[in-house]
Design a protein around this ligand. Structure first.
Ligand SMILES: Nc1ncnc2c1ncn2[C@@H]1O[C@H](COP(=O)(O)OP(=O)(O)OP(=O)(O)O)[C@@H](O)[C@H]1O
Ligand SMILES: [Mg+2]
Length: 253
């Protein structure tokens, strides 16, 4: 093990397969790195990674944030106490027995701005990343969390897209902005749900390294319809093979 943790984040347009791929990566890491500490973070307020991993959410980060804030107003004022309480609650919430820990940002009840929870998430990632060997972050769709530096500690950035012009434009923007706001050692594109993978024209990426191409897969669709997790997919499911290939190219496995 190197001297710092591997923090993998998935980013891209809505609906391109970020959650499916995040869940596939978590499964592969538990299989390939059984003695390592792995944390999965659902950073999307829309929630979905818990289902894709087959875990139940105990307390979300947003709930913890509100509870700790309430304790502060009720008199607990020592900074160390507040931090210790937040850390304790976060570690309680993360406990999971499937070979990885899990944390969900949750759905903030106040409508509109997610700034507060995103700032909190950024601080929490800084605080807990070192306690794990691998952290996998399923990002919210779009570029907001990159802009807000939520992803600043990310070491490996996966830009996920389908074949759509819009999806590709978004990962190009993320690639450009992340060069300034994310300290990733490596990054690259995963093209998912591709109709004719063998005839895909790589030049559409304009220089972004291509990590893997994943075909459309009915097995995954059926798995999702049944509400089953990535751990229930057949070993040769396309999403798992594509995730393995991407992790290989990034030299993570
Ligand atoms: N390779 C694939 N073949 C077929 N269906 C797929 C593939 N990858 C993902 N899907 C399906 O596409 C849908 C969206 O996938 P997923 O939820 O992983 O995307 P997402 O990027 O996380 O979306 P969101 O931005 O809404 O969080 C799901 O129903 C999933 O089953
Ligand atoms: Mg998702």
């Amino acid at each position: 093990m190197g001297d710092h943790s591997t923090v993998i984040a998935l980013s891209g347009k809505g609906g391109v397969g970020k959650t499916s791929l995040s869940a596939a990566i978590v499964r592969i890491l538990t299989e390939e790195k059984p003695d390592k500490k792995i944390l999965a973070i659902d950073a999307d307020p829309a929630i979905g990674l818990s289902v894709a991993l087959g875990v139940t959410v105990k307390e979300t980060l947003d709930e913890i944030r509100l509870k700790v804030a309430k304790d502060v107003t009720e008199g607990m004022s020592e900074t160390q106490d507040i931090l210790a309480e937040a850390k304790f609650r976060i570690f309680e919430a993360m406990k999971e027995d499937k070979g990885f820990a899990f944390l969900a940002i949750g759905r903030p009840e106040a409508a509109g701005c997610y700034c507060a929870i995103n700032t909190y998430l950024r601080q929490v990632i800084s605080m807990i990343a070192d306690d794990f060997d691998y952290v996998v972050i399923d990002g919210e769709a779009g570029i907001e969390q990159i802009n807000r530096r939520v992803m600043e500690k990310v070491t490996h950035l996966l830009l996920v897209s389908d074949q759509s012009r819009k999806g590709i434009e978004i990962i190009k923007t993320i690639d450009r902005v992340s060069k300034e706001l994310v300290m990733a050692e490596k990054s690259g594109a995963v093209l998912n749900r591709i109709l004719h993978p063998e005839s895909l024209d790589e030049s559409i990426l304009e220089g972004i390294p291509l990590l893997s191409v994943i075909g459309a897969d009915d097995v995954l669709v059926e798995n999702d319809i049944e509400g089953m997790s990535s751990f229930e997919l057949p070993k040769d499911a396309r999403i798992l093979e594509g995730a393995r290939k991407a992790l290989n190219k990034l030299e993570i496995i």
